[in-house]
Design a protein around this ligand. Structure first.
Ligand code: GCO
Ligand code: MG
Length: 415
C-alpha cells in the first residue's frame, strides 16, 4: 500500500477547510482534516512544501513510524501549524488502513464501547429570552447537554453569542441564528470589547435563570475562552457551583497551566481545557496533579488519532475524560475521526457538536448520524467521509479571521 499521491485541497463551503487526500497504488483514498481556523494557508504551505514530498512512495500502513518521522524528524516540534499538518497525515493513514481492512475505523481502535457519543450543542442569546429560545431550539433538535453563552449588559457583541449583530453577518449568511461562527470573512479581524468584572457579575444570574426555566437535570456547560486571571476563574467557578455545571471551559490562558492549581483550591466546578493544546506534554502537569476533568483536544490539532489515543489513555489513569472540541472549524473529516475514537475509548466524556452548513455537508458527504443527542460514526470502511471535488470547486477560499478582543481601555486582551 504505497502512497502515490498526496493532494492538499482547499475549499470554502461557508467557511474555509483544508483537507489532505492520500491515494495509494492499490487505488485506496484516505482523508485528513488540516484546517486551522484563520491561519489555513500556513498549513497548506507546510504540507505542500515540506510534507507531501516525504509521503510519496511511503508504505501507508506504517502509521506510527510516519508520525515519529514527521514529528521528531523535523527537529522543530509542536505548534498549531506543524501539528495540524501531522494530524491530517495521521488521520488519512488511519482512514486508508481501515478502508484496506474493509472495516469502520473504530474497529481498528478496539471496537465499540458505547452506542454513540453524547454531544453538547451551543445555545446563546444576547439576553435571557433569546437564550431560552436557543436552548428550546436545541432541545427540540435532540440535544441532551447544552453550552450556555450570553451577551453582557454594557458590551456589544460577545464571543460565542450567535445573535450578536456581527455573528449574524458572518460566514456568508450560512450560520443559522443559533450557531455562532467566530471567524468572519474580512480583510482584518473584527474587534470586540471585553469587561471581566461585568462578566463575573452577570454569569451567576444567567445560570440561575436557566436552571429555574429548564430544571436541575439538563447538563449545562460554559466556555470562558481563556479570559480570566486565576483568582477571577476561582471566583467564577465558585459562584456557579449552585448551578451544577457539567464543566467550565478554558478559564485561564493556555500557556500557563500551573495556575489551575489556584483555581482548583477554590472550586469543585469541573474544568475542561485543551482545544489549543498540541501535544501530550501539555497535559502532563494537569493530569498528574488532577487539575482538570475533561480533555478538549481534537484529532485535528493534537497530531492525529495516534497521539490523541495516547492522551486519552494517559488521562484515564487519573479518571479524566474526553470532551473533544467540535465547532464548525473541525471539518466533517475531523469530526468523524473524533467519533471513531470516541466510540472506542473507555473514558469518553462528551463531544462538542455544532452542525455544519448544508454547503459543507455537500462537499464532505459523511455517514455520521445524530440520534437521541448522540453522534454515531458510519459503518462504511474507514472514516466514512467522501470529498466531492466538483462541489468543492464552487466554493473558493476567502480570508477569514477570528475576532480580536480588547478591554474597555483599548488594550488587547486574551480570548
Ligand atoms: C469552542 C471554541 C470555538 C473556538 C474556535 C476557534 O469551544 O467551540 O472555543 O468556538 O473559538 O474553534 O477556531
Ligand atoms: Mg472553547
Amino acid at each position: 500500500m504505497q502512497i502515490i499521491s498526496a493532494e492538499v485541497l482547499v475549499s470554502s463551503p461557508g467557511r474555509n477547510f483544508v483537507t489532505l487526500r492520500l491515494t495509494t497504488d492499490d487505488g485506496l483514498v484516505g482523508l485528513g482534516d488540516a484546517t486551522l481556523n484563520g491561519r489555513e494557508l500556513a498549513v497548506v504551505a507546510y504540507l505542500t512544501e515540506h510534507v507531501v514530498p516525504l509521503l510519496l512512495g511511503r508504505d501507508a500502513h506504517r502509521i506510527e513510524d510516519t508520525w515519529q518521522y514527521l514529528y521528531r524528524g523535523a527537529y522543530w516540534r509542536r505548534g498549531p501549524v506543524t501539528m495540524a499538518a501531522i494530524s491530517a497525515v495521521d488521520t488519512a493513514l488511519w482512514d486508508l488502513k481501515a478502508r484496506a481492512a474493509g472495516l469502520p475505523l473504530y474497529q481498528l481502535l478496539g471496537g465499540r464501547s458505547r452506542v454513540g457519543c453524547l454531544t453538547y450543542g451551543h445555545a446563546s442569546g444576547a439576553d435571557l429570552p433569546e437564550l431560552f429560545d436557543s436552548v428550546r431550539d436545541h432541545l427540540e433538535q435532540g440535544f441532551r447537554a447544552i453550552r450556555i453563552q450570553t451577551g453582557i449588559p454594557g458590551l456589544g457583541s460577545v464571543y460565542g453569542v450567535a445573535s450578536s449583530a456581527n455573528a449574524a453577518a458572518g460566514a456568508d449568511g450560512v450560520t443559522s441564528r443559533y450557531d455562532h461562527e467566530p471567524a468572519r470573512r474580512s480583510a482584518a479581524p473584527v474587534e470586540e470589547a471585553w469587561d471581566t468584572r461585568a462578566y463575573l457579575r452577570h454569569m451567576p444570574g444567567v445560570f440561575e435563570a436557566v436552571r429555574n426555566e429548564f430544571g436541575p437535570e439538563l447538563p449545562l456547560l460554559h466556555d470562558a475562552h481563556h479570559r480570566l486571571t486565576p483568582i477571577q476563574a476561582a471566583k467564577l467557578g465558585r459562584s456557579l457551583e449552585p448551578f451544577d455545571l457539567f464543566w467550565l471551559e478554558d478559564v485561564t490562558p493556555a500557556e500557563n497551566t500551573a495556575v489551575l492549581r489556584r483555581v482548583r483550591e477554590h472550586t469543585t466546578t469541573p474544568l475542561a481545557i485543551g482545544e489549543v493544546f498540541n501535544t501530550i506534554w501539555d497535559y502532563r502537569e494537569l493530569f498528574e496533579e488532577q487539575l482538570v476533568d475533561y480533555v478538549r483536544s481534537p484529532v485535528t490539532h493534537a497530531g492525529g488519532i495516534t497521539p490523541l489515543r495516547r492522551i486519552f489513555d494517559y488521562a484515564s489513569v487519573y479518571q479524566i475524560k474526553s470532551g473533544v472540541h467540535g465547532p464548525t472549524d473541525i471539518s466533517p473529516v475531523g469530526l468523524a475521526a473524533s467519533l471513531h475514537l470516541g466510540i472506542a475509548i473507555p473514558n469518553f466524556g462528551i463531544q462538542e457538536y455544532m452542525r455544519h452548513s448544508a454547503a459543507t455537508d455537500e462537499v464532505f458527504r459523511s455517514g455520521v448520524t445524530f440520534v437521541d443527542g448522540m453522534l454515531v460514526p458510519s459503518e462504511e470502511p474507514g472514516l466514512g467521509v467522501e470529498y466531492d471535488d466538483d462541489v468543492a470547486s464552487r466554493y473558493e477560499y476567502a480570508a477569514a479571521y477570528l475576532p480580536v478582543n480588547r478591554l474597555l481601555d483599548g488594550s488587547v486582551h486574551d480570548w
